[in-house]
Design a protein around this ligand. Structure first.
Ligand SMILES: Cc1ncc(C[n+]2csc(CCOP(=O)(O)OP(=O)(O)O)c2C)c(N)n1
Ligand code: SF4
Length: 422
């Protein structure tokens, strides 16, 4: 795998957007520190800056608006591994919407770096002011200019206990400042002042970044550089790190597949689709395979569809989701509505569909099976995956039976009865 942190594709931002410089200098800084992409987890927030994650070759997690710091705090605590680097990209909008998370991260001194992209406004939604918009700064929705100054996020992070806090101008090469922030232990915060040409520049024609900062009294300097003890999950009375090597699933089965196999399971919310897919994924691991799982369901998690896209492979997999599955398993009417487009795109593979549903005309074979009649709505997903394994033989169905049998669910389900062939 290449050691580059950016894919090399053109970055997606408007011409002159400060976010481009941050992404490029982040790559430069990480390269200079000798990190390798797969040892870095980039957690991004909602906003224009966040769409960059697709262009990074690191692990990436895209959070909700203002929630990236909370996600990253969990990741860094769970990893508890100095050989991994957690970097959070967030805007001035996300930093203030998630202010409590920022303060908690600083207070706990989580081992990670926050890179605050401060362009003084909400870029993605058309230039509304944020809580960091400086006094007098105009935005398209605040043409008279901000009547109060923004918070000083660096002062707040410092007061809350972050080990390293710095504010820099996002002009020229500021990769050295990023390198310093990335190399600190505990929480480091780097606020980069930058320009959104599309909204900031438009509302403040001819604006000069330095001048805006100076007039608003926003200082560019190091606010904190100290060595308070970084957060260590072992200090919690949890009895150990969050991930124990003994939690790893043992490889006790084998598989003959030599390339990735993609499966989509589509059914109804509340009918165990995600749980069945989780067990399937665990069973694949016990057969020595790599596996990824992507769950999809509406925000109203109790109604509508529930779908899971699984990839199993003897080789490492660097993505989730299977837009063109080899096998599509449809368990209910909700699942059929959700998966109809996927089904119509399939040019290879097969569709296993519950026999209560209309058999759609497709380019691939459609095989009706009585999943629901045999197992009932609650267990149809488990039974369908059992039937799929029996039929495809990508790994032994016995592996699925074993992981379910050894779980709490195994005490409630009669697996001998459930996993029966007709
Ligand atoms: C909880 C929540 N509130 C509001 C939104 C709508 N929203 C999407 S992007 C955005 C603004 C992002 O601004 P900022 O964080 O400064 O990032 P930028 O776009 O400037 O990079 C808002 C308000 C949302 N997605 N989620
Ligand atoms: S709208 Fe502004 S913040 Fe968003 S990409 Fe364009 S210049 Fe950058």
């Amino acid at each position: 795998m290449s050691n580059r942190f950016l894919t090399g594709e053109e970055l997606p931002f408007c011409k002159g957007c400060g976010h481009t410089g941050i992404a490029e200098h982040t790559e430069k800084a990480l390269l200079s520190l000798g990190w390798s992409p797969l040892d870095v987890v980039l957690v991004s927030d909602i906003g224009c800056h966040g769409i960059v994650d697709r262009f990074f070759t690191t692990h990436t997690v895209h959070g909700l608006h203002g929630r990236s710091i909370a996600l990253a705090s969990g990741i860094t605590a769970g990893l508890n591994d100095p050989s991994k680097k957690v970097v959070v990209f967030l805007g001035d909008g996300g930093a203030t919407i998630g202010m409590q998370h920022l303060i908690d991260a600083a207070h706990n001194n989580f081992n990670m770096t926050l890179v605050i992209h401060n362009n003084f406004l909400y870029g993605m939604t058309g230039g509304q002011p944020s809580e960091l918009t400086p006094l007098g700064f105009k935005t398209p929705t605040l043409p008279m200019g901000a009547s109060t100054g923004g918070y000083d996020i660096c002062e707040l992070a410092t007061a809350a206990g972050a080990n390293y806090v710095v504010r820099v101008m996002g002009i020229g090469d500021f990769s050295e400042a990023l390198s310093v922030a990335f190399s600190k232990s505990g929480l480091s915060v780097i606020e980069v002042l930058e320009v959104c040409p599309s909204y900031g520049m438009k509302a403040n024609p001819g604006m000069k970044l330095r001048q805006v900062a100076e007039e608003a009294g926003i200082e560019v300097k190091v606010y904190a550089d100290r060595e308070r003890k970084a957060f260590n999950p072992l200090s919690l009375n949890s009895g150990g790190p969050l991930f124990e090597p003994s939690d790893c699933l043992p490889v006790i089965f084998s598989s003959e597949i030599d390339k990735p196999v993609q499966i989509m399971l589509a059914g109804s919310a509340g009918e165990g689709v995600q749980a069945a897919a989780d067990f399937f994924a665990q069973a694949a691991v016990t057969a020595g395979l790599n596996v990824t799982k992507k769950g999809s369901y509406p925000v109203t998690v109790g109604v509508g569809y529930s779908a899971s896209e699984l990839i199993v492979s003897p080789q490492p997999i660097f993505y989730t989701g299977s837009p063109s599955p080899d096998t599509l398993i449809i368990l209910s009417g909700d699942g059929l509505s959700f998966a109809r487009n996927t089904a119509s795109r399939m040019t290879k593979g097969e569709i296993l569909i519950d026999d209560s549903l209309p058999c759609p005309e497709m380019a691939v074979p459609v095989i009706p099976i009585g999943f629901r009649t045999h197992a009932g709505p609650r267990n149809a997903a488990f039974y369908a995956l059992f039937r799929y394994l029996d039929h495809s033989r990508i790994f032994p169905a016995e592996a699925l039976k074993k992981v379910i049998g050894e779980s709490k669910l195994g005490e409630k389900i009669n697996l001998e009865k459930l996993f029966q062939l007709p």
